[in-house]
Every structure is written in structure tokens, then in C-alpha cells.
Design a protein around this ligand. Structure first.
Ligand code: A3P
Length: 273
């Protein structure tokens, strides 16, 4: 509510939107690397010394009270807030929105591990996978039911394709180069043919790869929001980065139940997950 009332978007803003555990950390890294590619060389990019969440602020946490504590040189911000609750100025201004979604089975498994590790780090009672699954199916999730979150951005992305770029984690994993080029063009930082020939896109893709980022010292031992009650170990944002890992955790019955909810929820939308 505070962000809704106080945040004033600029036309040059690029807003990365996502439900939790759908690839936010990766998309933030890729977008930051695209936007800053002429300011740093391959060894000095801030992403090599900072978690991407420290390079791209979260609207509802870092900018909720005021938009004035932003770095004026950084047009990027991110949010997990559903489309229907975004500050009006983000919808009305000519800023760009990039949304990423992911298969709900993988997203749930990722979310469960994130929560489990957070609870363990606070010495709190563990949450059973089955209990977390039941809550997820009922739509009891941070930032609302997963399917509503995705559809909330999907529908306006069809009406305003120049405003909202709708991405899928699995497709980006499949052909990251293609999507990095697409993303760069969409946000107004297209790669020149000279840059493409010089391998700029490939360099960004490998700098932001799961293997590279998860092995950086800052992401192995650093902490995000240190000194606050919301402190999180950076390594929690990097687990496996794989498509289809749900098979190792969900029973066939659980998978069928999530698939059936997804089919029902997305019915008629033209979207598949
Ligand atoms: P898994 O738990 O399935 O491994 P978010 O950033 O929205 O919190 O999503 C976290 C998920 O993205 C985790 O998935 C994490 O491992 C994966 N991830 C983090 N960095 C990534 C990267 N550079 N490339 C691909 N996936 C990444």
C-alpha cells in the first residue's frame, strides 16, 4: 500500500515482475548486465561482487516509502506484487514491464526449498512438503495464488505487447541467447550487429549463468539485507536452476493435482505452463 501511494515511476523505468521462485534472481542479473554492459568490462561488473538483488531494488521493500532513494543511473527495479496491485504510475507511464513465469510444479518445489531453508536458518519448526503443497494448491502463497499472479500479467501482455514482455523460465533456459537479445531490444538496449559479432550476448549469458553466479564468493558466503530482520544468505537464491526437478520431489498424484489446477485455471487464456 505504501509503494502504491508513494512510488512514482519514470518513463525510462524497467520493471521486472515475477511471482517468487520463478527466476527473478536470474532475470535481474541478465537485465542488469544488459543495461550496464557499456559501463563495465567482464571483470568489473557489480554482479560479480554483489547479489543481483543488491543491484536491482525491490519496489515493495526497498522503494516502498519513497522513490527518491533510487540510484538515478539505474532504471531497473523489481517486484513480486501482482499486476492488479501495482502502483498506478507503473501501469500508466510508458515504462517497460518484463514478467517471468515458470512451470508451477518446479516453482512450488523451488518455493518449498526456499521456505524450508529460511525456517531452518531461524530455528523454526520445519514445514512438511505435503503441508506446503496443500497450501500452495489452495492458493495460500506469498503474493497470492500462483496462477492468478501469472494470468494477471498474461492478459495485459496480450493487450499491450509493447509495454509488457512475458517470458517463461523454461524457454529462456532452452535458448538463453535468443531471449537475451529479445529482452535487450524490448527494454530499449538492443545489441548492435557489431556487439553480436564480438560475442557480447554470449558473454552476458555466461556471466549470468547459474554455474557462474552460484560459484561467486559473494553468492556462496554473502548475505542479503544483513543487519535487518529480513537477512538472507545469498546462497539460498541458488539451488539447482534446472527444469523438471519437481520429478524428484512430487508424487505422481501431486503432479497430477497441480497439472489439473493449472489446466483449470488457465483454461481459455491461451497460456500453457
Ligand atoms: P531452483 O530452486 O529450482 O533451483 P527466484 O530468483 O525467483 O527466487 O527463483 C529462484 C530459482 O531460480 C531457483 O530455482 C534458483 O536455483 C534459480 N536460479 C537462480 N539463479 C539462476 C540462474 N542464474 N540461472 C538459472 N536459474 C537460476
Amino acid at each position: 500500500m505504501s509503494a502504491q501511494q508513494n512510488f512514482q515511476s519514470q518513463p525510462s523505468d524497467i520493471v521486472i515482475c515475477s511471482a517468487p521462485k520463478t527466476g527473478t534472481t536470474w532475470l535481474k542479473s541478465l537485465t542488469f548486465a544488459i543495461v550496464t554492459r557499456t559501463n563495465f568490462d567482464g571483470s568489473t561488473n557489480p554482479l560479480l561482487a554483489n547479489l543481483s538483488h543488491d543491484c536491482v531494488p525491490f519496489l515493495e521493500v526497498d522503494l516502498a516509502q519513497s522513490s527518491t532513494n533510487r540510484d538515478p543511473k539505474n532504471p531497473l527495479l523489481a517486484t513480486h506484487v501482482p499486476y492488479s496491485s501495482l502502483p498506478r504510475s507503473i501501469i500508466d507511464s510508458s515504462c517497460k514491464i518484463v514478467y517471468i513465469c515458470r512451470n508451477p510444479k518446479d516453482s512450488f518445489v523451488s518455493f518449498y526449498h526456499f521456505i524450508a531453508r529460511r525456517l531452518a536458518s531461524k530455528d523454526m519448526k520445519p514445514l512438511a512438503l505435503e503441508e506446503a503443497f496443500e497450501l500452495y494448491c489452495q492458493g495460500v502463497s506469498n503474493y497470492g495464488p500462483y496462477w492468478d499472479h501469472v494470468l494477471g500479467f498474461w492478459k495485459p501482455s496480450l493487450d499491450r505487447p509493447d509495454k509488457i514482455l512475458f517470458l517463461k523460465y523454461e524457454e529462456m533456459i532452452e535458448d538463453t541467447v535468443l531471449y537475451v537479445e529479445k529482452l535487450a531490444g524490448f527494454i530499449g538496449y538492443p545489441f548492435s550487429s557489431e556487439e553480436i559479432k564480438k560475442g557480447s550476448v554470449d558473454k552476458i549469458v555466461s556471466m549470468c549463468s547459474f554455474e557462474n553466479l552460484s560459484n561467486l564468493e559473494v553468492n556462496k558466503s554473502g548475505k542479503h539485507r544483513e543487519g535487518t530482520p529480513g537477512v538472507i544468505e545469498n546462497k539460498i537464491y541458488f539451488r539447482k536452476g534446472k527444469v523438471g526437478d519437481w520429478e524428484n520431489y512430487l508424487t505422481p498424484e501431486m503432479a497430477a493435482r497441480l497439472d489439473s489446477i493449472t489446466l483449470q485455471k488457465l483454461n481459455g487464456s491461451g497460456l500453457t505452463l
